[in-house]
Design a protein around this ligand. Structure first.
Ligand SMILES: Nc1nc2c(ncn2[C@@H]2O[C@H](COP(=O)(O)OP(=O)(O)OP(=O)(O)O)[C@@H](O)[C@H]2O)c(=O)[nH]1
Ligand SMILES: [Mg+2]
Length: 274
């Protein structure tokens, strides 16, 4: 049996050489790119070195300066024109083509050798997560490094009980696709009242409160399906707390960092027993 303090020291010795990958995933417009920028600012301000990777071939002006960028390897506009594709087809083709450059892209990240790697994932989540290329890109990039996904639930949708369950279901499905430890972020909390935020946080902590809220706010098939889905998620451990964050007002970033640390230091048993 290794004493706890020695165990922690050993763990940090191991972690010292590792990079921590954070993949920001969520539906279109859920706030991935702005949170990438805000998280980078916060980490840099806390003297933690950060590499920002843009994985969205179609983005024009992200709200950060990327250190490593998929657009250096694939030209979305050219692919669209050359193959006569629409925006979604061109994104799919761009991601497929990016796979052959993934070692170079990873090499850039490794050469920078920073602690945190923030990866802003493509806007059309379904074209990234529900094709083979997305999970392949994620696993090729991370290799044996420590990685997690941040799944963003947009406050616009998650403010109603049925919207919250639907967002959680989608997030759970993303968790299945990438197979990484995952944190759930309630993004754009600034558009909600404090009471609404508190209520949503409670739904994640006590699922019976969410079921009560569904019962009283939804009707017909929406209520029936949402309650069944909630119970299924509950059985699978898929109803977890959400972390309210506003990338715009820079609120909630510190608690988010605390959760990142908890996972990266083995709080979710991702390293197995020492
Ligand atoms: N009020 C508010 N708006 C936000 C916040 N974060 C992002 N937004 C706004 O939401 C919109 C989408 O933000 P992005 O960061 O581009 O979202 P995204 O998920 O990267 O979008 P795609 O990559 O296009 O899918 C922009 O108008 C942002 O200004 C936030 O914390 N609060
Ligand atoms: Mg974006």
């Amino acid at each position: 049996m290794i004493p706890k303090d020695l165990k922690e020291k050993l763990l940090w010795l191991i972690l010292d050489d590792l990079m921590f990958w954070v993949f920001l995933v969520g539906t279109a417009g859920s706030g991935k790119s702005l949170l990438t920028a805000s998280l980078e600012n916060w980490l840099n301000g806390s003297e933690l070195s950060t590499t920002v990777v843009n994985l969205d071939p179609g983005v024009e002006t992200p709200p950060y300066t990327s250190d490593v960028d998929i657009r250096e390897y694939v030209n979305y506009g050219e692919i669209m024109e050359k193959f006569g594709l629409g925006p979604n087809g061109a994104l799919v083709a761009s991601l497929d083509m990016a796979i052959s450059h993934i070692d170079d892209l990873k090499g850039e990240v490794v050469d920078l050798g920073r602690d945190y790697v923030l990866v802003d994932c493509p806007g059309q989540m379904e074209l990234f997560a529900y094709r083979n290329s997305g999970p392949l890109i994620v696993s090729s990039l991370t290799g044996k490094d420590v990685a997690l996904s941040l799944y963003l639930l947009d406050s616009n949708i998650s403010r109603t009980p049925a919207g919250y369950v639907a967002s959680m279901l989608l997030g759970f499905s993303i968790n299945i696709r990438f197979g990484l430890p995952q944190l759930y972020i309630l993004s754009k909390q600034d558009i909600l009242t404090e009471d609404e935020v508190e209520q949503i946080v409670q739904w994640g902590e006590e699922s019976y409160l969410l079921e009560e809220a569904l019962d009283s706010s939804a009707a017909g098939l929406v209520r029936e399906y949402s309650i069944s889905a909630l119970r299924m998620l509950d059985d699978l451990g898929g109803v977890t707390s959400v972390i309210p964050v506003s990338a715009k007002q820079m609120t909630g970033i510190e608690p988010l960092y605390g959760e990142l640390q908890r996972i990266f230091s083995g709080g979710d048993n991702i390293y197995g027993e020492l």
